[in-house]
Write a protein of this length. Sequence first.
Length: 203
Amino acid sequence: MRIELKPDHDIGTAATATGKSLPQWFAEIDRWGGAALGRREIGQRLLDGYKLDPWWIATLNIEYEAAKGIVEKDGRAKGYTICATKSIKAAADDCYDAFASAAALDRWLGSGHALEFRDGGTLYNGDGNRALIRKLSPAKTIKLVWQQPDAAPDTPVEVKFAPAGAKTTVMVTHERLQNRADADGLRRAWGEALDRLKAVIEG
């Protein structure tokens, strides 16, 4: 899975895109009560009061936390969370099996896989993708720690398989992304990977 770490928009264009610069937005959020309001409330105020699009709402929320030095217990910012989903005409078992062997992963995630598909196992391939497998729940979830050195290392990934009739929704959630370039780059990469997965499974 090739990853281009590039944001969808230049954060420096905030004044043009949203009507205020980042420092002006941060001052506005301070006036509302700051981080104590929580991301949901801040986001709702940005939507209701200013009609900002979701990309800018998330960016202002998370860049505000970064500017204020707000971190989690591990000393890192909570950061961005991205989600990529795809509905596939297949059983959950079949979708899960597409992750379960190096040969299967070579067909859609990238080439040259080496895989230990077990709790505590590892995944790596020729594109530089690296992950530690934390927990496998067959046909339900795969939990990973992403370890690619040049693309958001030590960040959690969860793959969920949600069957509904003749289809299964495959959802990849990647958390603790520390900057907008990582978030947008990985969202695009996972989205493209799931497109390939759908094409492979549905034939």
